[in-house]
Design a binder for this molecule. Sequence first.
Ligand code: PLP
Length: 398
Amino acid sequence: MRDLIAPHGDLPRGKNPEQIAKADPRQRAWVEVNPAAVEANCRSLRRHLCESCALMAVVKADGYGHGALTVARAALQGGAKSLGVATLQEGIELRQAGHNAPVLVLGNLTHSEDLKACLHWQLMPTLSSMREALLCQNLADGSGRQFRIQLKIDTGMTRLGCELKEAPMLVEAIGHLNQLELKGIYSHLALADGDLQGKAAMVTDQQQQHFETVLRTLPEQHNGFTRHLANSAGTLRDRGLHYDMVRVGLALYGHSPNLQLQGKVDLQPALSVKARVTLIRDVPAGVGVSYGHRFTTRRPSRLAVVGIGYADGVSRSLSGQISAIADGQLLPQVGAITMDQLVLDATNHPDLEVGSIVTLLGKDGDACITPQQWSDLSGSIPWEVLCSFKHRLPRLVI
Ligand SMILES: *Cc1c(COP(=O)(O)O)cnc(C)c1O
């Protein structure tokens, strides 16, 4: 990990996100990213928050597949005050690109070398235990620098975070570690994307109560930190969950965590997946198509072979269930989706030709295909759909 630390303390000049965008538009398939949509979503989200509540843009997993640098820039432009990442490397990437905004590492860094890199790059690690707090104190002690950290409390997610009953003691102990600066206390909701009533409401309410119980035990002098609890779902479902900051991922990219929360804030999808027709075939009725011949033509058919497959992130479990849009018209996908290609039934679309662009995900004319539609069909969730597009697909920033 030592090579992650530059010899000098200054930040190297950044990669321009637009450089990543210079993909050849004649590609067989690509992901189109619209940073203006991310910026507009941030503004919409900001309007939904009260004046004193800040917006953290969660740009982990390469900005949910949109390109972390593209998204970070647009989000900060749209009023986000800080950035959330999952890993050390993701945080360093932001710093190397020249972003100076506060960055919180949401994942757990266990190695001393990782925490050292965090201190060097001024990334805030998430601490869940005394062990990590002491590691940070020792690292900072040697460097003569203050280490800005955040403490996570488990209020019911049962993943990262300290035990509820340990929290007051940990806050006090951190207060005594003179090299540590506690910048935030937070927790994470487990069921906020569930129904607005029933179990999801009960669990969310209970998590909030646990969070407040901890906050109430903290002595007066510990009030320089940011309290935060809500992800996208929490942000949209209840303003009572907002506190000093919300950590928004999915909504930033233009998608609602569930149908009930749709329309609470005006959101525009920022990503489309497009591919080109690479071959047109006119075949008779009764022809088996693709591996396993899962589909057989019922009539003389015009088939369009498209250069995108499951190795690009179009899940094989969607085979025969999705459509693609060409000129605002839906064309059914037929047969098994293969590693690099899929087949559309273009019988009702005689204008389609080799080189024509089809939209697998996103909007074209009046037609629109959403990650939610795919995830409903494949038993996934919109988050996973967005993160599944591989880097074989160039990101085209529009
Ligand atoms: C990923 C993540 C978020 C963002 O979640 P969304 O549902 O995409 O808004 C917020 N907080 C933490 C701790 C996360 O890991």
